[in-house]
Ligand binder design. Structure first.
Ligand SMILES: [Zn+2]
Length: 492
């Protein structure tokens, strides 16, 4: 990720009878997020050959969609390409004034929304984009203005003298609209001048697929379970964002993981590091950005929650190209992910200050069977307190102890013993009894309290803090626990 910049609009105009830059592909990586956009085709009128302009425009959209990894979604309504634009008196030959209307459309015009077509210019594509955080611009609006001063028709094959084929010009302009510049050296519809070619060429298709195709195959993508804690590192030799996205200027390293969800799933995500600014990016398989988690400049960690639809998703463990508040832009990190309904209980700490386990603690208090977790209850509600521990993969299968410790607002402390009863705790960890001693599963569910009623228990008016933890039987002094306990209160 790159340091966030102030949002600004960048503008691009293109024509077809003027030579453009000699680049095959879109090297700045600008793109429509997710490789798709809606284009309005509802132009009025019929060409001399009897085919409507809207049909030819629709056919051009279909050709890009059929031949490449980009998807045009057709809206058959009309959208005025000049809506939101007006003459730019400071630059009458340049980009018109205004910020468009956010809808992609096309039509014939005598001028470019008040500005001048240059001599011999058949059409102009007006594209607006906003700078993104990943080293490339995100397109937001693209409109095509065809020059009505020419004689237009719709036909295949070689050019006819004085009659311009609308469909191949539309193909060319749509190529601009989705990120291609002119191509002067290879056979291409993106040639800077009209030719006898009337359909997409391999170079056009390759160009678009380089922007919108699957992630660069040289970037390893690792499958990741939806309840797991894993440790990895961003380091020299890893893919960079500009490698993964095939473009742009973001040189930060990235590890790519694949999540497969069989149903809509709420995920708790966290990335922690002592070395680098943690950033988590969620994207679809076409690298359309769904969410970016970044804590700004607070610390090196980041956490977040989101709900994703069923299907395949990419989780990108990323950092900034230039460190923000952390020592560097390489180093180890811990990534934890949970599809549990429970709120996450902070990071993992250890009571003896030793290395914390790769564990994830979550839990909460509920009065509706786990539909919602809350921190405030009435004296008449029946409260359940539950927790879940994702055990460090190195610890799962070993003998261990599970601990539950409750502290009341008045300072009294209780531990849950192996008989399921809460008994007073002195405060000395050496005397802490385990709620359970067992061979640890990879996921441990803790049923901490069932049906706690403030009225019946005499706890109305109290606040209650619940810690949970586990230790290996081989190292009982090192209890791993969630650093943010479950907290709730019962009103009087
Ligand atoms: Zn052009």
């Amino acid at each position: 990720m790159k340091r966030a910049k102030a949002i600004r609009w960048s503008l691009a105009a293109s024509s077809w009878l003027f030579a453009g830059a000699l680049v095959a592909f879109n090297l700045d990586g600008g793109r429509w997020n997710g490789g798709s956009t809606v284009f309005h085709t509802g132009m009025s009128g019929i060409s001399p050959s009897g085919i409507s302009w809207s049909q030819a425009l629709s056919d051009s959209l279909d050709e890009w969609t059929r031949e490449t990894d980009f998807t045009f979604v057709e809206n058959t309504a009309y959208s005025n390409p000049c809506a939101g634009y007006s003459v730019n008196t400071n630059d009458p030959d340049g980009f018109p004034a205004g910020a468009g209307n956010g809808l992609n459309g096309a039509d014939f015009r005598e001028d470019v929304c008040g500005n001048e077509f240059g001599a011999g210019v058949l059409a102009i594509t007006l594209t607006l984009s906003a700078p993104g955080k990943l080293g490339f611009a995100n397109y937001t609006d693209s409109d095509i203005v065809f020059n009505s001063a020419f004689s237009w028709d719709i036909y295949s094959g070689p050019r006819k003298s004085g009659i311009i084929d609308f469909r191949r010009v539309a193909l060319h302009e749509l190529g601009h609209a989705i990120g291609l510049d002119h191509e002067s050296t290879k056979l291409a519809i993106m040639a800077p001048r009209l030719t006898d070619l009337d359909s997409l060429a391999a170079d056009d298709i390759n160009g678009i697929n380089s922007i919108y195709g699957a992630p660069n195959g040289s970037c390893l993508i690792t499958d990741l379970a939806t309840r797991v804690v894993t440790r990895n590192a961003l380091q020299e030799g890893d893919c960079r964002i500009l490698d993964l996205f095939n473009g742009g200027s973001d040189t930060s390293f990235v590890d790519a993981y694949r999540l497969t969800l069989v149903e809509e799933t709420r995920l708790n995500l966290a990335m922690e590091s002592d070395n680098l600014d943690s950033v988590i990016i969620i994207a679809n398989p076409q690298l359309g950005i769904e969410a970016v988690f970044d804590d700004g400049e607070v610390d090196c960690n980041v956490a977040g929650t989101l709900t994703l639809q069923a299907g395949t998703w990419l989780l990108l463990a990323n950092t900034f190209d230039v460190p923000q508040v952390c020592p560097g832009n390489t180093g180890t990190y811990t990534l934890s992910i949970s599809d549990s309904d429970f709120p996450r209980m902070g990071n993992t700490g250890s009571t003896d200050g030793g290395e914390a386990a790769l564990a994830l603690f979550s839990g909460g208090a509920t009065a509706d069977g786990g539909q919602t977790f809350r921190e405030n209850f009435t004296r008449l509600e029946n409260i359940d307190v539950q927790a879940e521990i994702l055990i460090d993969p190195d610890d799962a299968g070993a003998s261990g102890h599970l601990y539950v410790l409750a502290t009341l607002g008045d300072g009294r402390q209780f531990m849950k013993n192996s008989e399921g009863r809460f008994i007073p705790f002195s405060g000395s960890l050496a005397t802490l009894q385990a709620a359970s001693t067992r061979v640890l599963d990879s996921v441990e569910q803790l049923d901490i309290i069932r049906g706690l009623n403030g009225e019946a228990s005499g706890l109305a008016g109290q606040s209650i803090v619940v810690h949970v933890g586990y230790a290996l039987a081989s190292n009982p002094a090192r209890i791993h626990y969630g650093t943010q306990p479950i907290r709730f209160s019962i009103s009087n």
